[in-house]
Design a binder for this molecule. Structure first.
Ligand code: CTP
Ligand code: MG
Length: 220
């Protein structure tokens, strides 16, 4: 069984702000993208890592990836799902891990849990429970939501290649924020394995400050 990790890094990082998209900026002396690549490339069960970047991001990406073997850089599209699709054309492994470049820290045991779960599922994702009270409403509370059955879904997400391609084809034209949504919509089985707060996505400037603090604390 061959395993390839596909890291999507073609976004513009608009919510984070700054001159350079967040995935190409240095966090603790190393780019966010390089952190993500190193975490996956260093895992013994992952055979190769490929990276999808945005049109016009070649120079920033090459600088951010100095010294890393990720083959030729793949060019993504306008939405995350377009970037994933563009990247999948270049991947022929039996199993594919799709990962956000904006999640720089990936504990190796999460990858083991994902790959183990593929023995009896078409896909597997890392999840975390929700600690806060959950409600719907704008400005005022409309309805309280039972959080006990809700899960926060992270990446990397693992799939058997054939099942992923089937789900994408079946759900063509529908909008999803990740590929596990496409599998579930296509009626396939996606395992929920224990995720990690280390995998939380860097979305805003506050997330960036928290990541810097985490990194500094881990170096002490
Ligand atoms: N991504 C991508 N192609 C896109 C949009 C997003 O490859 N067209 C990637 C991002 O680079 C990121 C991941 O998908 O690694 C998760 O997306 P998000 O956190 O939303 O990043 P951005 O889209 O860059 O940020 P924003 O939505 O704030 O502009
Ligand atoms: Mg985005």
């Amino acid at each position: 069984m061959t395993v390839t990790a596909l890291i999507v890094a073609a976004g513009s990082g608009s919510r984070m702000g700054g001159e350079v998209p967040k995935q190409y900026r240095a966090l603790g002396g190393k780019s966010v993208l390089a952190h993500a690549v190193d975490a996956l490339a260093g895992h013994p069960r992952i055979d190769s890592v490929r990276v999808v970047i945005g049109e016009g991001q070649q120079d920033e990406a090459a600088r951010a990836l100095t010294g890393r073997d990720v083959g030729s850089l793949l060019i993504g599209g306008a939405e995350r799902a377009d970037s994933v699709r563009a990247g999948l054309d270049a991947v022929t492994s039996d199993v594919i891990l799709i990962h956000d470049a904006a999640r720089p820290f990936c504990p190796p045991d999460v990858i083991d849990r994902l790959l183990d779960a593929l023995a009896d599922h078409e896909g597997a994702v890392p999840v975390l429970a929700i600690a806060d009270t959950v409600a719907s409403g704008v400005g005022t509370l409309d309805q309280m939501v039972d959080r006990t059955r809700l899960l926060r879904v992270q990446t990397p997400q693992a799939f058997h290649r054939e099942d992923l391609m089937y789900a994408i084809e079946e759900t063509r034209g529908r909008k999803y924020t990740d590929e596990s949504s496409a599998l579930v919509a296509a009626g396939l089985k996606v395992a929920a394995v224990e995720g990690s707060s280390m995998l939380d996505k860097l979305t805003t400037a506050e997330d960036w400050r928290r990541a810097e603090t985490t990194l500094a604390a881990s170096l002490i």
